[in-house]
Each structure stands twice: as C-alpha cells, then as structure tokens.
Design a protein around this ligand. Structure first.
Ligand SMILES: [Zn+2]
Length: 285
C-alpha cells in the first residue's frame, strides 16, 4: 500500500509549482530531505527540476531579463516562497518538535513492512483526511487508543501533510494546557490574557485545521465540557477540519453534555483505533 500509488492519491489536488512529469517531486517543485537544510528535523529543498532553472538565489528572487529588458521572477521563486510558507506555518501550528518532519509515506512504508494492519487502516483514513483539506466537506479524524499507541504522532503527520500539500493554517492544541488552562487564565485579572476568552474560543473555532490532543472524559467539570462542546460545535458549523486524539472511543462521551458531544463527533469525524504499541511488531507511529 506504499509507493507511487499512494503519492498519486495523496497529492491529487496538491499545489503544483513545477512539471508534473518530474519523477522526484511529481510537480510539487519541492522535496523533503530528512537531513536537509541544516535543520535537526529535516527540511524542504528545491527539487532538482527547478534547481537547474534558478536565475536568482536571494529574495525577492528576481533577475534582469536581457531579452525583454525588464526584471522578471526567477522560475524557482514560487517554490522558494512555498518553502518559507511551510516553515512559517509549521512554527505557528505549535507542532511538538519531535513530530515535525514526519510524513505519511514513511509511516505507510514502515507499517507495510511490519504487516501492521491496524496502523495501515488508520493511515488509510489519514490520507482521506489530508485530501479533504483541499476543500469541500472535511473528513475529520477521531483517533483513540491506549497511551503509547502513536495517536499524537498520527495527528501531527496529518497536519504536516496538510501544510506541505495545501499550506493551510493549522494548530496543534493540547486540550488541558492549550484550551482549558488558556481560557481559564483569562478570568484572572492579573493575567495579560484577562477578558480574552472569546478571542481564544474564536481562534480555536475558526482555525482551518485543529488538532485537539488528549480529549478526556474524566476529571472535567461541567464548565470545561461546555467549553469543549462549544468549540467542537462551532467547528462543525464552520465546516472546519478537526482531528481529535483520546484514550476513549466516541461512545465513551455519551454521558457528556447530554450526549451532544458524541453525536457531533460522529457527524464530524471518522473514528480510527490504534492499538497499544508492541515494540516487536510496530514501528510506524
Ligand atoms: Zn521536480
């Protein structure tokens, strides 16, 4: 289930900045190099199909066209700007550093090699989520399973792919730290964020792609449940793509907010199960 077929399926609607017949970038104009760009987690480079056409190496990537007698954009300019945009979006998304530079192709190849059917099925759904970020009705993901199953890793792979292929603004938020604690801090008069609860809720409701990491049913108060429900409900109304990780299945939320959370999540997300990590078998996530 890996190889060129996956790239074609995944990249069908990706932004293309070069010749689609290039065997290295398939027209994306950029390639991810795990050792690349002098960055610890790897980085994007111009594909060799553009590298040979470069006319200006520095911003604003323009050169003097002798024939036409005017300044012109270097053919590699859009791809260079794309790399800058990917780096900016990745920083703004707050993806944990250890999950940056992780992409579907490597995870698929590994799961395939391991014969890990559960993970392959989860990755298959992840491809549909990535594709849906191109437009239309979002295909959300609800990833559940025990601690150590690779849920956060999978969620981050999906954001990395969406940023790589479509350059969409995304946000990774841990439910307790980045949602509940952040909103509650706005009630404190000594906080810089005093009175900003609505602004924070709006941001979480409207950001095009959101990961809510570690959504739990235990130890949450009615206020916290309502806050989380309101964010999820608004995202449904705005047709925003939402990826949730949890130790519990969607059904486990039946008792929360009179069952409204469960029914909303069922409408927005495909439920994906990951099993406990077995180091002898599983390396993909
Ligand atoms: Zn190329």
């Amino acid at each position: 289930m890996s190889g060129p077929g996956i790239a074609a399926r995944l990249e069908a609607q990706a932004i293309r900045l070069s010749d689609p017949s290039c065997p290295f970038c398939r027209g994306l104009g950029i390639v991810f190099d795990p050792q690349g760009s002098g960055k610890a987690r790897g980085g994007f480079l111009l594909c060799q199909c553009l590298e040979k056409k470069v006319r200006a190496k520095d911003p604003p990537y323009e050169y003097f066209d002798e024939e036409r007698g005017l300044m012109a954009a270097c053919p590699a300019r859009p791809a260079r700007l794309a790399i800058e945009r990917i780096e900016t979006l990745t920083r703004a998304a707050h993806i944990p550093p250890r999950f940056q530079g992780n992409y579907l192709e490597a995870a698929l190849a590994q799961a395939d090699k391991d014969g890990d059917e559960t993970t392959l099925m989860a990755l298959d759904n992840a491809i549909e989520t990535v594709k849906s970020a191109a437009g239309g009705t979002p295909y959300g993901l609800f990833i559940y399973g025990p601690p150590g199953a690779g849920k956060t890793h999978l969620a981050c792979i999906v954001i990395n792919e969406i940023i790589r292929l479509y350059r969409k603004t995304s946000l990774f938020a841990k439910v307790h730290r980045d949602v509940i604690a952040r909103v509650k801090s706005t009630f404190n008069q000594n906080s810089d964020a005093y009175g900003q609860a609505r602004t924070i809720e709006e941001e979480l409701a409207k950001v095009p792609v959101l990961v809510l990491d570690d959504l739990g049913i235990k130890e949450t108060t009615p206020f916290e449940n309502q806050l989380l429900y309101d964010i999820i409900d608004s995202r449904y109304d705005y047709d925003r793509l939402t990826i949730i990780t949890s130790n519990d299945s969607i059904d486990a939320f039946k008792e929360v907010a009179q069952g409204r959370v469960t029914s909303r999540l069922r409408q927005m997300c495909r439920e994906v199960h990951l099993e406990a990590e077995d180091h002898r078998l599983k390396h993909a996530l």
